[in-house]
Design a protein around this ligand. Structure first.
Ligand SMILES: Cc1cc2nc3c(=O)[nH]c(=O)nc-3n(C[C@H](O)[C@H](O)[C@H](O)COP(=O)(O)O)c2cc1C
Ligand SMILES: [Fe+2]
Ligand SMILES: [Fe+2]
Length: 407
């Protein structure tokens, strides 16, 4: 765990978490950070906590003492969001200290009580404040359904620091750099993709609520944005707000100028056409990503499809339906409400097909509203005529996404 000074009387405790399935699903290749913040006036508040605090209260003691905070002096525990990646340590903290007040929204209060049996709770509403003394005043701003219904922002008014919890978070471990102005170009790029991975894996379903939360953040006019996951933005807090706006557009069909080939093949018949398509994309100078299912992790798959303006689905018929790993991938994309992508499918079949019918069912069932170019299906290996049709469709796809590019 690292201890970082954000401003006078404001510190961050941050730790990297690796080798977990985030939410029990997402295999996050580059880890994630859990950030917790401590604000000291005459009174002391701790905002959000971390789940893996090794469960030992003494470790918590030591970390707090190293930044000059006596755990016994903590008066308020602010729960911006009840999800246990932020609040899972409440019970451990209770073991070392009896008399602190939890501050959260009404919806969080219900959960804090049902998950941890806590009842010493002060419920806050939009604009409520907490004066910690020495000029440190916290204000609270609910942002419902930024992930869960209970979420709120905490804003420190003297330094204009926005503690945004899940909002403006990214996946990706932090090394020695914690602030946007410290990040190298390479690290900036790393966190941009990890931001996309985080948004698409965890947040995209809630895009309409995130847009409202983004508006609220802009109104607060923060000088520092300090999220619960990933770096702190103090040089240019607008960067992460603009990024989040762009990600929200990827959720409904816009994307980078990239084509993603989501493909699977049992005996290589469909793969022949995938290889052919790759040749076309190379020739046309189009950036493309290949996701072979089921080899790719869901985390990588969802993030890559999400950020691309165009998707090529290449999959054969399997037991009268779409090749299952590709069907499962599309269903996952649909559950995440990633809508409006421009797409094209081709694939092989042995006798009567069936893949196409299931593809349509998945798109309909999830109300995905994807814009499809007519599919090309072929019996066994693709023949010259099929490849010609595929080439035309790919060129049409590249043309079609031109007004949907947001980089
Ligand atoms: C387990 C299995 C199930 C299949 N089910 C069907 C089917 O229901 N309908 C059909 O037309 N072809 C079916 N086929 C034939 C494949 O669609 C055909 O072999 C196709 O060329 C496979 O393309 P691939 O080499 O890209 O995997 C099946 C093949 C396998 C191995
Ligand atoms: Fe969350
Ligand atoms: Fe979180």
């Amino acid at each position: 765990m690292k201890k970082i000074r954000i401003a006078d009387g404001i510190h961050m405790l941050t730790m990297n978490v690796e080798d977990i399935l985030f939410e029990g699903i997402w295999e996050i290749a580059n880890g994630v950070t859990l950030n917790s913040f401590i604000v000291q006036g005459e009174k002391t508040a701790i905002i959000d906590g971390v789940i893996n605090w090794d469960g030992i209260p003494e470790t918590l003691y030591r970390n707090l003492e190293e930044i000059g905070v006596d755990p016994n002096d903590i008066d308020y525990l602010i729960v911006n969001h009840m999800e246990p990646d932020h609040s899972g340590w409440i019970s451990n903290f209770r073991k070392i200290k009896e008399d602190f007040t939890i501050i959260c929204t009404d919806k969080a209060a219900k959960m804090v009580s049902s998950f941890y049996g806590e009842d010493k709770i002060r419920v806050v509403k939009e604009g409520d404040t907490l004066d910690l003394g020495k000029g440190k005043v916290l204000s609270f701003h609910p942002v419902p359904n930024v992930h869960w219904p209970d979420t709120m922002y905490t804003f420190e008014t003297s330094t204009k620091t926005l503690f945004s919890c899940d909002m403006f978070g990214t996946f990706g471990r932090m090394g020695e750099h914690f602030f946007d102005d410290e990040l190298t170009d390479e690290e900036m790029e790393f966190f941009e993709f990890e931001g996309i991975r985080y948004y698409s894996n965890v947040m995209t379903t809630f895009t309409p609520s995130l847009r409202k939360a983004l508006e609220k953040a802009r109104q607060l006019n923060a000088s520092i944005i300090a999220p619960g996951h990933g770096p702190v933005y103090r040089k240019n807090p607008n960067k992460i707000m603009d990024d989040y706006y762009r990600f929200s557009q990827y959720a409904d069909g816009k994307g980078k100028n990239e084509v993603t080939i989501l493909w699977g093949s049992m005996y290589g018949m469909t793969k022949k056409a995938v290889d052919f398509v790759e040749g076309i994309l190379k020739r046309e100078g189009v950036k493309y990503n290949k996701l072979q299912m089921p080899l790719e992790s869901d985390s990588e798959m969802v993030a890559t499809v999400f950020k691309s303006a165009a998707v090529i689905i290449a999959a054969p018929t399997y037991e009268y339906k779409l090749f299952p790993p590709v069907a499962a991938a599309l269903d996952e994309i649909g559950r995440k409400r990633i809508t409006g992508k421009t797409a094209f499918r081709f694939g092989s079949y042995g006798w009567s097909g069936g893949a196409e019918k299931e593809l349509k069912e998945i798109i309909e069932r999830n109300n995905m509203k994807w814009d499809f170019i007519d599919s090309v299906e072929f019996e066994g290996a693709p023949k010259e005529g099929h490849l010609e049709k595929i080439e035309k469709a790919v060129l049409k796809l590249i043309e079609k996404i031109k007004d949907k590019i947001v980089e």
